[in-house]
Ligand binder design. Structure first.
Ligand SMILES: NC(=O)C1=CN([C@@H]2O[C@H](COP(=O)(O)OP(=O)(O)OC[C@H]3O[C@@H](n4cnc5c(N)ncnc54)[C@H](OP(=O)(O)O)[C@@H]3O)[C@@H](O)[C@H]2O)C=CC1
Ligand SMILES: O=C/C=C/c1ccc(O)c(O)c1
Ligand SMILES: [Zn+2]
Ligand SMILES: [Zn+2]
Length: 360
C-alpha cells in the first residue's frame, strides 16, 4: 500500500479513462477503515469478460475513471474493531458485489446478489458517496460480509476465478436442482465461465457436452477438462444428432446469438440458463419452448454462502481453474486477447508481483 495519513490510504490501481477500455495507472484514496471493514493487499485478480463489457461501456452505464477487477484475492492487512472472522495475514477473496440493503427479500434469504440496492465492486457508488473501485489495485477496503476466506489447499491465483466464474456456474446448478449425478449438461462457450462449468458439472457426475463456435478447443475440452462430447455449433449434422439430449445448457456466450439451435438440444423440461451479459434482445419462437415445456432462465453470480461453498467444493473435489498468470503491464494485451477468444481459459493478474505502486 502507499502513503498513509490520519484517515485515508493512497493506492494505485489500473483504470480505464474512457470507452476505449485501455487501462493505465491511476492513484486514488481508500476510505478510512470502518468498524466492519477488512483492508486487503491485493495479490491476484482474474480478468472476466464482464470487465471488458464494463470498461468498453457495452451496457451504457460506465463511469470513469474505472478500476475493474472482481475476482480478487488478497491478504488481510487491517480489520475494523467489529471484525472477528478475519485477521491480518488471512488470505481472502472478494467478488462482484460489496454491499446490499440487508432488509429486502433477497437479502433476508441470503441471496444478496439479487438485492436491488446491491453495490458492485466497481463502477458503482459506495454508501459514503465515493466511487467503488475493483481489484486491479494495490489494495481494497471491503465490508466483512462481502469477504470470503480462501481455504487451505487452494493457491491464491487458483482461487481468483472461482470468485466469479466458479460461483456463477455452481449457483444455478444448485438452485435449479441440477446437482444430481447422471444429468446430461451442455456448456455453450468454452471460456472462463464455461471451463469452470465443465469442471464443476463433471465433478457433480454429469455427462458434459461442450458446444463451441469452432473445433479449436476440441482436444483440450475432452482430454484436459474431461468433457464427454463436443459439438461445433455451426455443424448442422452434429447439432441435429444431439437434438433432445440435454437436461440443461449453461450459455456463456457474451454476444448476441440465436437461441433456437440450443433450445433444440434440450430434452423435455430442459433448462437454458443464460449467463452472457448481452445488451440486445435475444429471440426465439414460442413453440421452441412450448413443445417440450422448456425453460429459458438466467442466473447472476452466486451468494456469499455459495461462494464459500464453491471454494470448499473445489478443494474437496481437487478442482483447479486453468489460468494464465500475467503481470499488470500486460493487462491491456490480456483484455485484447480475451476479447478475441485467445486465452485458455482465464487470465489472472499477479497484482502484488507487478510493483504497481512504483510504476505509477
Ligand atoms: N451471469 C453472471 O453472473 C455472469 C456473467 N458473465 C458473463 O458471461 C459471459 C462470458 O464470460 P467469460 O466466460 O468471462 O467470457 P470468455 O470470453 O472467457 O468466454 C466466452 C466464450 O464464448 C464463446 N464465444 C462465442 N462467440 C464469441 C464472441 N463473439 N466473442 C467472444 N467469445 C465468444 C467462446 O467460446 P468458444 O470458443 O467455445 O465458442 C468464448 O470462449 C460474459 O458476457 C460475461 O459478462 C460472467 C460472469 C458472471
Ligand atoms: O461478471 C460478473 C457480472 C455479471 C453481470 C451480470 C449482469 C449484468 O447486468 C452485469 O452488469 C454484470
Ligand atoms: Zn465476472
Ligand atoms: Zn437487499
Amino acid at each position: 500500500m502507499g502513503s498513509v495519513d490520519a484517515s485515508e490510504t493512497t493506492v494505485t490501481g489500473w483504470a480505464a479513462r474512457d470507452a476505449t477500455g485501455h487501462l493505465g495507472p491511476y492513484t486514488y484514496t481508500l476510505r478510512k477503515t470502518g468498524p466492519e471493514d477488512v483492508v486487503l493487499k491485493v495479490k491476484y485478480c482474474g480478468i472476466c469478460h464482464t470487465d471488458i463489457h464494463q470498461v468498453k461501456n457495452d451496457l451504457g452505464a460506465s463511469k470513469y475513471p474505472m478500476v475493474p477487477g472482481h475476482e480478487v484475492v488478497g491478504e488481510v492487512v487491517e480489520v475494523g474493531p467489529e471484525v472477528s472472522k478475519y485477521r491480518a495475514g488471512d488470505v481472502v477473496g472478494v467478488g462482484v458485489i460489496v454491499g446490499c440493503c440487508r432488509d429486502c427479500r433477497p437479502c433476508k434469504a441470503n441471496v444478496e446478489q439479487y438485492c436491488n440496492k446491491k453495490i458492485w465492486s466497481y463502477n458503482d457508488v459506495y454508501t459514503d458517496g465515493r466511487p467503488t473501485q475493483g481489484g486491479f489495485s494495490s489494495a481494497m477496503v471491503v465490508d466483512q460480509k462481502f469477504v470470503v476466506k480462501i481455504p487451505a489447499g487452494l493457491a491464491p491465483e487458483q482461487a481468483a476465478p472461482l470468485l466469479c466464474a466458479g460461483v456463477t456456474v455452481y449457483s444455478p446448478l444448485k438452485h435449479f436442482g441440477l446437482m444430481t449425478p447422471g444429468l446430461r449438461g451442455g456448456i455453450l462457450g468454452l471460456g472462463g465461465v464455461g471451463h469452470m462449468g465443465v469442471k464443476v458439472a463433471k465433478s457433480m457426475g454429469h455427462h458434459v457436452t461442450v458446444i463451441s463456435s469452432s473445433n479449436k478447443k476440441r482436444a483440450e475440452a475432452m482430454d484436459d477438462l474431461g468433457a464427454d462430447a463436443y459439438l461445433v455449433s455451426s455443424d448442422a449434422d452434429q447439432m441435429a444428432a444431439a437434438a433432445d439430449s440435454l437436461d440443461y445448457i449453461i450459455d456463456t456466450v457474451p454476444v448476441k446469438h440465436p437461441l433456437e439451435p440450443y433450445l433444440a438440444l434440450l430434452k423435455m423440461d430442459g433448462k437454458l440458463v443464460l449467463m452472457g451479459v448481452i445488451a440486445e434482445p435475444l429471440s426465439f419462437v414460442s413453440p421452441m419452448v412450448m413443445l417440450g415445456r422448456k425453460t429459458i432462465t438466467g442466473s447472476f453470480i452466486g451468494s456469499m454462502d455459495e461462494t464459500e461453498e464453491v471454494l470448499k467444493f473445489c478443494v474437496d473435489k481437487g478442482l483447479t481453474s486453468q489460468i494464465e498468470v500475467v503481470k499488470m503491464d500486460y493487462v491491456n494485451q490480456a483484455l485484447e486477447r480475451l476479447e478475441r477468444n485467445d486465452v485458455r481459459y482465464r487470465f489472472v493478474v499477479d497484482v502484488a508481483g507487478s510493483n504497481i505502486e512504483n510504476a505509477a
